[in-house]
Design a protein around this ligand. Sequence first.
Ligand SMILES: *Cc1c(COP(=O)(O)O)cnc(C)c1O
Length: 353
Amino acid sequence: MLNFYPGPSKVYPDVRHFMQEAYDEGFLGTPHRGDQFVQLSRATVALLKRKINIPQDYYIFFTSSATECWEILIQSLTTSKSYHIYNGSFGEKWHEYAKRIRPKAEGLKFDVNEAMPVEQLAIGSDTELICITQSETANGTQVSNSSIITLQNRYRDKLIAVDATSSMAGLNLKMMKADIWFASVQKCFGLPSGLAVMACSPRAIFRAKQKADRAHYNSLLFMYEKMLNYQTTYTPNVLDIYLLRRVLENRPTVKLLDEELTERANNLYTFFSEFSDFKLLVENEEVRSKTVLALQGSERLIDELKKRAMHHDIRLGNGYGEWQRNTFRIANFPAILDEEFEELKRFFLHYYG
Ligand SMILES: *Cc1c(COP(=O)(O)O)cnc(C)c1O
């Protein structure tokens, strides 16, 4: 089965024997306050920093999901409100959850063919946190490094949090330019679901201390205090942390992966622009995601196409949110091999060329 679903997505084939080794090395029943876990956690943090270019002074945390990170950040870093800039379902959902916790949370929706409208923003002084989605998995758009830099320059006193769930560990993101970055591991990391990684700047931790939220099991302050000792507030997904360590050890640096993914994305965009039954959802080349492609056609065609692909053991991603029925998505994640994309192309040429 070829798997192009953008999450949960193809896991690295090595995961199969890493799981066996996790068992053999006794990780599955190991206490999460014990030395074996602490060593694993420490090694994984060091690898994350080295392999995906997270600044040395950022703090790394393990959570269960990206969704959990949304909530942690609102609870622990805002007392008044956050401001959400988005163009698709994931960014919008983050805003929805924020409003349930802090009813004043604001949002600005922009068009899928537009760059994030940084210049037009009017964010008030009582906004504590700006929330953006670097790669909007729902529609295959992305926010450029330069937009994030401009945002930071305009709002230097505010914390910026970036949901990078479908790009972290694939793209060489300029992590210095925002305070918080997070991603769950079932996308670009090529791992099974049930774990997320969050990186926070010293300034973010400083603000968390000022806010002093201690009302939740996953209050950022509790997480920070535990992580000083490479531990977590609750029993974490030790198996997934183990797999993360093993996969990272074998992975090239993110700079190299970014180059490879960029080239493959360019190639795929060129390839998919030549069909007449369906077209790329995002017309503006500047804002197209390098890690998730969205293609649009009639509902009937999309339905038929996905079934036909399944029949050939090719899993394409369903559409998502408002594009659920008239688009399908293709992940361009590092775990997927070039040969697999060649096979995907043959399928499309054969039936739709
Ligand atoms: C998949 C995804 C999420 C949700 O991830 P979970 O691990 O299911 O919480 C959030 N944001 C983006 C951008 C995503 O792609």
